[in-house]
Design a protein around this ligand. Structure first.
Ligand code: HEM
Length: 476
């Protein structure tokens, strides 16, 4: 909703929500159900703060209730929130059969399909993961670098100097092109157009937070939001299955896209993946990999615009590596400071605020004996801003990542354990290739007087107003 407001009105609503969130976070409730204490404000008020001012709400709740707290939102199981490295380690190393992530992600099932690796657990989950991982490993994944660079050059071809642009629109166009080409093996031309338009429209349905709540998922005909979504979903599924059948008929020979590799993948019993499995995994990669990476890029560009010393050092590194301005993705791993900028940006602005696990058995977590069916939420945002782990946590300093390995229980923008993001290496590679290509041509600048803040946009923590920035053309 805030997307459609003018910047001024958006700022007022956001300020009001921030004040409410800070108050709501500081309210106190100790219930007799044995769960750790947490904010005690009425459910709808907590939900409003949680949705519209997630960062203010988390900060205030953490300040009042400490490192383990319970958040209670209407219509959902209580969420016991943890963020200390030792507690995160306990959770990520715990037995997957007793800690269901798929169940915690179940709101996504109507959008992704019941076979999606994100919404299933136990053996079925491990099996889908085994099938999906190979295209995202090492050399295989590196084959996508040229596509990442070329998509960036194409999209930035329309950029005009010194105009305020909504950066998120550009980053989303880039990451969408990258996923369509590398994962689906599609070109936005001719017969693929209807599928591409429908995929984009289906993605946009996720922007409406109401549609993620079962209370609003009623089919009242094709004019109702849910009815419209179901109609679109049926057509997308039909078209995707057509593409899968065609790819099977052609054979994946000579193709490097993820779909062609999945068509040739076999289950442990030798059976190929079914059309429905491949279809649901394609939707999963689109939803999980497109907006997340775009948002991460927008935040990184914001930080590069904001911190002159970081910008100068980064530009010097990129210019030294690619003096003729032609980015070679095969050499991107040599740019250590660029890697630090991408990671520090994901630390300060984690795109996904947290990950959840549903307890399938009573379990002691972070010193509390919790009953089965409670959701344990691992707050990425709180962990990344913990002053015990990150001195001066709000300071942006890419040096924190240069020449060191950081514990996966202190820095985990991609989650952890057996559920750790499949696209992590792909996303970090894409961030570096896109940023290097961008910065060889254009330098980002903040727009004076603009308000830069964080809001929740479906599953992500996104910049308000889509990150308005100006870009200065670099001398040839
Ligand atoms: C900056 C970009 C990205 C971020 C921040 C991100 C973050 C995450 C997070 C937090 C999870 C949940 C992990 C957990 O529960 O512990 C996840 C899971 C997943 N992500 Fe990503 N992701 C990104 C990009 C991608 C890309 C590019 C793809 C694929 C093309 C992808 C595919 C997946 C899949 C398939 C899962 C489910 C893994 C499982 O349940 O076993 N992600 N991601």
């Amino acid at each position: 909703m805030l997307d459609r407001l003018t910047p001024r009105l958006e700022r007022s609503v956001s300020d009001l929500a921030a004040k409410t969130a800070a108050r709501v976070g500081r309210t106190r409730h100790d219930r007799s159900d044995g769960l750790p204490p947490g904010p005690g404000a009425p459910g709808p008020l907590q939900l409003f703060s949680f949705l519209y001012q997630p960062v203010a709400f988390l900060r205030a709740s953490r300040a009042t209730h400490g490192e383990v707290m319970t958040i209670r939102l209407p219509g959902l199981q209580p969420i016991v929130q943890i963020s200390k490295p030792e507690h995160v380690e306990e959770l990520f190393k715990g037995p997957a059969r007793q800690l269901h992530a798929g169940e915690a992600n179940s709101v996504l099932e109507p959008f992704l399909g019941s076979h999606s690796v994100l919404v299933i657990d136990d053996d079925a989950h491990l099996e889908q993961r085994r099938l999906l991982l190979p295209p995202f490993r090492g050399e295989r994944m590196k084959a996508y670098g040229d596509t990442m660079r070329d998509a960036t050059v194409e999209v930035l071809g329309s950029l005009a100097a010194d105009r305020v642009v909504v950066t998120q629109e550009l980053t989303q166009r880039i990451t969408l092109e990258v996923i369509l080409r590398t994962v689906f093996g599609l070109e936005r031309r001719g017969k693929d157009d209807e599928l591409v338009e429908l995929l984009v429209a289906t993605l946009r349905s996720l922007d409406d937070p109401k549609l993620l709540m079962t209370a609003f998922q009623h089919d009242l005909g094709p004019l109702s939001p849910w009815g419209r979504f179901l109609g679109r979903r049926a057509r997308v599924r039909e078209l995707l299955e057509q593409v899968i059948r065609q790819r099977r008929a052609q054979g994946g020979e000579g193709r490097e896209d993820v779909l062609s590799l999945l068509v040739g993948a076999t289950h442990a019993d030798g059976e190929p993946m079914s059309d429905a499995e491949i279809r649901d995994e394609l939707m999963t990669m689109l939803v999980a990999g497109h907006e997340t990476t775009a948002t991460a890029l927008s935040w990184a560009l914001y930080r590069i615009a904001r911190h002159a010393p970081v910008r100068e050092r980064l530009l010097a590194e990129i210019d030294a590596a690619f003096p003729d301005g032609a980015v070679d993705p095969a050499r991107i791993h040599t740019l250590e400071y660029l890697d630090g900028v991408a990671k520090e940006s994901l630390r300060v602005h984690p795109v996904i605020p947290g990950v959840g696990r549903v307890l399938k058995k009573p379990r002691r977590v972070a010193g509390f004996d919790l009953p089965a069916e409670v959701v344990v939420g691992c707050s990425i945002w709180l962990a990344h801003h913990d002053p015990d782990t990150w001195p001066d946590p709000h300071r942006f300093d890419p040096e924190r990542f240069v020449g060191t390995r950081i514990s996966p229980y202190r820095f985990f923008p991609f989650g952890g354990g057996v559920r750790r993001c499949i696209g992590e290496a792909f996303a970090l590679y894409e961030m570096r290739v896109v940023l290097a290509t961008w910065l060889t041509r254009w330098v980002p600048e903040l727009v004076p007087g603009r308000h830069y803040a964080t809001k929740r946009r479906n599953l992500t923590l996104s910049p308000t107003g889509g990150m308005p920035l100006r870009f200065r053309r670099r001398a040839a």
